[in-house]
Design a protein around this ligand. Sequence first.
Ligand SMILES: [Ca+2]
Length: 434
Amino acid sequence: MLNKLMRYRASGRRLTVAGASLMLLAACANSSTEASNTAASSIATPAIPEIVASYTPEQPSFAEWRRAFRDEALAAGIRPSVFDDAFKGIEPDPSIVQADQSQPEFTRPVWQYLDGAVSPQRLAQGRRALSQYADILDAIEQRYGVNRHILVAIWGLESNFGNNIGDKSVIRSLATLAHEGRRPSFAHTQLIEALKILQQGDVSPQRLLGSWAGAMGQTQFIPSTFNSYAVDFDGDGRRDIWESPADALGSAANYLSASNWQQGTRWGTEVSLPRDFDFALADMAIRKPVAEWATLGVRLNAESGLPSRLAEQPVSLLLPAGYRGPAFLVTGNFRSILRYNNSTSYALAIGLMSDRLQDKSDIQASWPRDDRPLSRTERIELQERLDASGFDPGAADGIIGANTRKAIRRFQDTLGVPADGYPTYALLEQLRER
Ligand SMILES: [Ca+2]
């Protein structure tokens, strides 16, 4: 009941701020995680803004919210002393509300993201980490069967090898978000999980630090992921992903292992495609054995070094920047990395960084760096124009998901251009001229 009230209140306030624009509300779904997209789309149900417009509930203060939440936490098994210690002096953090509501208009294209993620400096740090933590990584590989180069790449991207673990109180961040964030029920659940971590004694309230969104420690686990997958790899009796590299790397390996990681299989490899290839096959929903891709003209690059067992494994074709950019065949291990962080650019960065750490050469094809990425407003316009032309892209939410890619392909088919489903400014201009 309290949660429901919160959701109406949060929606109502953002409606005021956004000038009652349903489109802007829907476009809040900017995060790459499926969870947040789902939450945002439920907030953006057309019926709700009309209810909100005439519905002005009493807004509970933070202190009122905390009193009600304390009852819930205790009912969930949290001891009163643990709750009261954790919440001692906790007040809402306005900077977190601001971060939660920011909707970036421009996102970096995949090549710019990769330039930053797999930089020469990060590779050098990664090589040092491989050498410095060789014994720990040996033991982790033996126990979980997850390749050390993947683990070091994740460590590098999540927290810059433990140097950037976030300095915000996880209790304060999540309490702020549960009280007035745009995904209150998610924050609410994570806050209970965070209190369970304190109750188990893995870390003190003062050291329970993370990002503004509650991602914690060197692995950037959210509290529920910590409770399910964190391990005490160094054996000191506490699962400490904040201070112990062994615990952090072991926990990341345990999480990947539980996400169907296949030992000895690569994440994927770059491939070349014939000019007349059917680009509609480049879709994560389509999986074929490598041999079948080969009959369609997909060629593995010379240095790919794929183990022969991969030939039988169904893999998907990925074109992160459309037909003009590099192409990859990606395995189930790529999907495991996506479970860690549901962003294609992220998973590609992890895979490519792990390759570079093994001294494999950089990718051969070049990125279409002259492509001008669409802003959020333009992505919404693209979707609206696709819809107006009968290509059925789904909700105009600024997110290029499976439905929008299908719609783009249908439009590309009518133009007689490669149907890669990739949104470009040129396509938007052609839609404007219709
Ligand atoms: Ca430990």
